[in-house]
Design a protein around this ligand. Structure first.
Ligand code: 5GP
Length: 191
């Protein structure tokens, strides 16, 4: 997706050889129009497939996920990183290791919102080692629901996330593939 790729090149800040900061349009301040287009591009890729729900993880996956759900006209569900006291009914849970924070947290979704009839499109802001997306896929499987595919805004192709998701048989789409962050420079796969 050219507009996204240009934005990543122009506004992405390389923190180190593995971490890219995109706080100006995705992870802190959100460019809603760009996210609207991101949602459309993800939906275009999966349009032949059955999707009843979009699933992401709080917080940064929510913007692209909600835009995809808007285009699909299906609900957007996000996994919570801590079980809130208001969530009194039963919930599915799994542990996810955070690449950026180097911590593991138990994420939850209420059983009320996912069941065996659901066909789920997983969406996240970044794909690195695949832990977040694989964790969301485990939640889908806990509900005996089906993962239709995984839509990613920015994939760091030098990390093994894609291979791990594909080895689970998942269809992975990413809209911007970063080949390297070496030398303080964002290098995309197709440049
Ligand atoms: P994974 O679970 O695939 O290892 O990492 C994906 C998750 O970690 C995403 O949900 C994202 O929030 C975070 N993440 C991974 N790499 C980066 C990065 O380079 N920049 C930012 N801002 N977040 C990242």
């Amino acid at each position: 997706m050219r507009t996204l790729q240009n934005r990543v090149k122009e506004d992405g800040i390389v923190i180190d050889e593995k971490i890219l900061k995109v706080d100006s349009f995705l992870n802190h301040q959100i460019d809603a129009k760009l996210m609207y287009e991101v949602g459309q591009a993800i939906v275009d890729h999966f349009k032949e497939k059955k999707i009843t729900k979009v699933l992401t993880i709080e917080a940064s996956g929510i913007a692209p996920a909600i835009m995809a759900s808007l285009h699909l006209d299906v609900p957007c569900l996000f996994a919570k990183k801590a079980k809130p006291s208001t969530m009194t009914n039963e919930f599915y849970h799994t542990d996810i290791h955070s690449f950026t924070k180097n911590t593991t947290s138990t994420v939850v979704i209420s059983k009320q919102f996912l069941d065996e009839d659901d066909h789920v499109l997983i969406i996240d802001d970044f794909l690195a080692n695949g832990e977040a997306s694989l964790g969301l896929h485990r939640l889908v499987r806990s509900a005996n629901a089906t993962t239709t595919g995984v839509g990613i805004v920015i994939e760091k192709s030098f990390q093994p996330g894609r291979e791990k998701l594909q080895s689970e048989g998942l269809d992975v789409l990413s809209l911007c593939q970063v080949a390297s962050l070496a030398g303080n420079k964002v290098k995309l796969v197709d440049e």
